[in-house]
Every structure is written in C-alpha cells, then in structure tokens.
Ligand binder design. Structure first.
Ligand SMILES: Nc1ncnc2c1ncn2[C@@H]1O[C@H](COP(=O)(O)OP(=O)(O)OP(=O)(O)O)[C@@H](O)[C@H]1O
Length: 117
C-alpha cells in the first residue's frame, strides 16, 4: 500500500465522520457524550486500565453509531418504499447500538460510582 493511497483513504474516512456529524443528530449526541465522559474521567482520576476501558467504549460506541448511519443510507438507497426487510435491517442495527450503549453505561457506572461515593 503506497502512502498516497493510505492518505486518500484517511481523507475519505474523515469526510465520512464529518458527514455523519453534520447530518446525524445521534452521532453528534455520542460525540458530545464522549467529551463529557472524558472531562468527568479527567477530574475523577482514573487508573491506566480504566482509561483504556473508557477509550475503548467511547471508540466502539461512536464507530457503531457510524456503521448504523451508513447502513441506514444503504437501506434508503436500496428502497425508498416501505419494506419489512428495510425495517428489520434498520431496527436490528439500531438494536446493536442500543446493546452497546447499555453495556457501556453499566461499565461506566461501575468505574465512576465507587470513586464518587
Ligand atoms: N424503507 C423502510 N421500510 C420499512 N420501514 C422503514 C423504512 N425506513 C425506515 N423504516 C422504519 O421506520 C422507523 C422509523 O424510521 P426513521 O426513518 O424515522 O428513522 P431511521 O431511518 O431508522 O433513522 P433516522 O431517524 O436516523 O433517520 C424505524 O422502525 C425504521 O426501521
């Protein structure tokens, strides 16, 4: 893989993130939540391992939300009509985001709560 190709791919990925940020409220929400969590973590004082877990959860959450947004676009591209499979595809992807969000929230609480109380 040459350097030009690598940087072109990087540029396209950055464009994708920018598009999602501009067009998707959920993506903006997750970025804002990530900033708040990082600030809270900074002031709470986390261990090296806890920082690793938090960064992994934030990255996973945002990546999953980006994949969900991409899938919504592919579904809309395939059909503008109401289709049960389109609904299933979108709802299952949304379910994946929800599962990761709930798991992340629980792990976040397990890390933060004992330090606050
Ligand atoms: N082409 C379609 N056929 C059948 N159901 C659909 C279709 N497009 C969306 N839906 C369903 O309608 C509901 C609302 O979808 P809506 O379009 O409001 O949001 P979304 O496309 O899932 O996401 P977003 O709110 O980010 O645009 C969801 O259950 C979704 O799966």
């Amino acid at each position: 893989m040459n350097a030009n190709r690598f940087f072109r791919s990087f540029k396209f990925a950055a464009e994708g993130i920018k598009t999602a940020l501009v067009k998707e409220q959920n993506v903006r929400f997750h970025f804002l939540a990530a900033v708040i969590v990082v600030i809270a973590a900074f002031f709470t004082g986390l261990s090296y391992t806890e920082w690793q877990v938090i960064i992994l959860l934030i990255g996973g959450m945002i990546a999953l939300e980006l994949i969900n947004s991409a899938l919504e676009r592919v579904v809309d591209l395939v059909t503008g009509e109401f289709h049960p499979l389109a609904k299933q595809a979108k709802d299952i992807a949304a379910g994946a985001v929800l599962v990761f969000a709930v798991a992340s929230a629980i792990i976040g609480l397990l890390i933060f709560i004992p330090k606050w109380f």
